[in-house]
Design a protein around this ligand. Structure first.
Ligand code: MN
Length: 249
């Protein structure tokens, strides 16, 4: 199996080094990642200037080819699949910070996996909480390995979002996206000269509904959420067609 790894924290993140170590148990690993942090860039692509890359082996074992790109996670996946056409799966992460609930809309980590699926390749995003200190990746790695063993065993093209809990996982749960709140908030402040500045940030939420991704990680489980790219609201589509038919001339 040929595994291509990306992230949004940048190629020097301890999270991508950890993921490369674990993925090496499952096949040939290559790395294509942003040269600087691209967190919260979502699905952005660089359309107004060309991309380039440099070989960047410093964070990885000798046998792993790794390049850093002056672009977003989606750019990295596109360029990586252009360079390595025999890729079977894209892994994105391990992100320093959860990507649960509505944060999926902004996540560059998940975007790396989504971009894979847009190209017809299986994509898996992996995230873990991060605080004042770095996550203990060597301690997390056996759990990452178990999760990948489960999800890499079939070749179906699909999109999966994995989040690990803060503490040692009690087990795994299949979950749905927590959507009951949106936790984005704008926090005003001042710069040293008195000019108004604003932080658009994510604040902690109330406890999430049982069965959701946020619920699982809050309760010490690894959350595994299968996702789809079709955003169509089937219910509204049927309702509109029935209640407000469009008159075709
Ligand atoms: Mn990130």
């Amino acid at each position: 199996m040929n595994i291509l790894i990306t992230n949004d924290d940048g190629i020097y993140s301890p999270g991508i080094a950890s993921l490369a170590r674990v993925a090496s148990h499952f096949g040939t690993v290559r790395v294509v990642a942003p040269d600087v942090e691209q967190s919260s860039m979502g699905q952005a692509i660089t359309a107004s200037r060309p991309l380039s890359y440099k070989k960047s082996p410093v964070n990885f074992d000798n046998n792993i080819e790794a390049i850093r790109v002056n672009g977003t996670p989606s750019d990295c996946v596109a360029l990586g699949l252009h360079l390595w056409k025999d890729t079977n799966v894209i892994l994105s992460g391990i992100n320093l910070g959860l990507n649960v609930g509505n944060s999926m809309w902004h996540s560059g980590t998940l975007a790396g996996a989504k971009q894979a699926v847009l190209f017809g390749i299986k994509g898996i995003a992996l995230s873990t909480p991060a605080g004042e200190t770095e996550p203990d990746f060597p301690k997390l790695e056996p759990y990452v390995k178990d999760t990948l063993a489960l999800l890499l065993q079939d070749s179906t093209v699909n999109l999966t979002n994995i989040n690990f809990p803060k503490q040692q996982p009690k087990g795994m749960k299949y979950t749905r996206q927590a959507v009951q709140h949106y936790d984005g908030i704008v926090v005003p402040g001042k710069d040293p000269r008195g000019k108004s500045l604003y932080w658009f940030t994510i604040m902690p939420l109330d406890p999430a509904d049982e069965g959701t991704d946020r619920w699982a990680v809050d309760n010490g489980y690894t959350s595994i959420t299968p996702l789809r790219l079709d955003l169509t609201d089937e219910h509204d589509l049927i309702r509109l067609m029935n209640q407000q038919p469009v008159v075709t001339p």
